[in-house]
Design a protein around this ligand. Structure first.
Ligand SMILES: *[C@@H]1O[C@H](CO)[C@@H](O)[C@H](O)[C@H]1NC(C)=O
Length: 191
């Protein structure tokens, strides 16, 4: 009895192995099959998020935070609004820190001026966001223009807010911002 049971079991196992191997060696998977097996992670959007992480030289532990950072309020209730508020203070802190570290005698007027320059939506924030190609990544509703400076800038700031939450360290986010900010012009050329 036991031997027969063992033989049956072995045959069954061999059949299972054969069928699973057959599946793997089978004809090319369609993209639908690919998605079924590997989940929704295979999409142009996730590929864009991979590229974005390389550009900013930071890899998210919780990728949903980056996804949220590039999601405009017109697209979903799970959007980047609150993250972009945190992003503003990270950018401001980072600029103040860098300027004061360089020159402890910097005047408050000069420092305020520098902060305003970096935080200007049209001339700085949106420009840096466009340089990262954010206007092509941001998720907006179909009747919203993702190239609008306020939308690009909101996502740009939200990314640093998301990094602070992801790493648990606003300081890490400040450093990533400063690297992106001072690497001007090189980002897209590197791709
Ligand atoms: C989207 O916004 C940008 C920047 O404001 C503008 O240049 C462009 O013409 C707009 N595109 C459309 C289709 O409205």
């Amino acid at each position: 009895m036991d031997r027969r049971y063992a033989i049956c079991f072995t045959v069954l196992m061999l059949m299972m192995v054969a069928s699973s191997t057959g599946y793997q060696l089978g004809p090319q998977m369609t993209s639908d099959e690919y998605k079924k097996r590997f989940g929704a992670s295979y999409s142009p959007f996730s590929a864009a998020l991979e590229t974005l992480q390389k550009q900013i030289d930071y890899t998210f532990n919780r990728i949903h935070l980056l996804r949220r950072a590039v999601t405009h309020a017109s697209f979903s209730e799970e959007n980047n609004r609150a993250l972009s508020i945190l992003g503003i203070s990270i950018v401001e802190t980072s600029v103040s820190f860098q300027y004061l570290q360089n020159d402890i005698d910097i005047s408050s007027d000069t420092l305020n001026h520098e902060i305003q320059q970096v935080c200007n939506v049209e001339s700085s924030c949106a420009v840096e966001g466009m340089r990262l190609g954010l206007h092509k990544v941001i998720r907006v509703s179909h009747n919203t223009n993702s190239t609008t400076p306020a939308i690009v800038c909101g996502a740009f700031r939200a990314i640093f807010g998301a990094i602070a939450i992801d790493s648990g360290k606003p300081d890490v986010a400040g450093k990533v911002f400063w690297n992106v900010h001072t690497r001007k012009g090189r980002l897209t050329a590197e791709l």
